[in-house]
Design a protein around this ligand. Structure first.
Ligand code: GAR
Length: 192
């Protein structure tokens, strides 16, 4: 079975979409572990589903965060690392070691509205402030930049009259929950 690790910082609804699709057989992979960079509901969800999980707190490990994460991942036979709402920046050494084996989901049509400081609700606020007519979400490989790696899959959603950042966020999130499992499935099919 193709082994993945999922890294989270928040609610973990994207993690949940992977759990659901691997449980119902739509996604043929095993979640070997879930790592949070802070205590969060994403880590609790993993525990609720009997998935090995841990918090490697960014406030405790600071510059050593990626080294500590690497120590855990290296023992698990992980073939793909999925950043699902993971907010710490992954350092160059880690990216180089796991090159081509780290993916991230971002709630905009990259390369638009990506980069340092662009995460969560801030992305949707920026999309509305720019008067965009469409937004969406992107799954991409992680390289040494921020939100700059090769795009795997992307889906568009309309921006509607009267949208607030929260309303737009919800519309995009519905698509994220399909796009992330689909991207993992695509990678698995390409590597088998
Ligand atoms: C998702 O919308 C994800 O795209 C975003 O954080 C949210 C996490 O939600 N990620 C970023 O903004 C990364 N730059 P979740 O914890 O419910 O999956």
């Amino acid at each position: 079975m193709f082994k993945i690790a999922v890294m989270v910082s928040g609610g973990g609804s994207n993690l949940q979409s992977i759990i659901d699709k691997s449980k119902n057989g739509e996604l043929n992979c095993e979640i070997a572990c879930v790592i949070g960079d802070r205590p969060c509901y994403g880590v609790e969800r993993a525990a609720e589903h009997g998935i090995e999980s841990c918090v490697i707190d960014r406030k405790v490990y600071k510059k050593e965060l990626c080294k500590e994460i690497d120590k855990v991942l290296s023992t698990k036979g992980v073939e793909l690392i999925v950043l699902a709402g993971f907010l710490s920046i992954i350092d160059e050494e880690f990216v180089n070691k796991w090159k081509g084996r780290i993916i991230n989901i971002h709630p905009s049509l990259l390369p638009k509205f990506g980069g340092p400081g662009m995460y969560g609700i801030k992305v949707h606020e920026a999309v509305l402030a720019a008067g965009e007519k469409e937004s969406g979400c992107t799954v991409h490989y992680v390289d040494t930049g921020v939100d700059s790696g090769e795009i795997i899959l992307q889906v568009k959603v309309p921006v509607l009259e009267g949208d607030t950042p929260e309303v737009l966020q919800k519309r995009v999130l519905v698509e994220e929950h399909k796009l992330l499992p689909n991207s993992i499935a695509k990678i698995i099919s390409e590597r088998q």
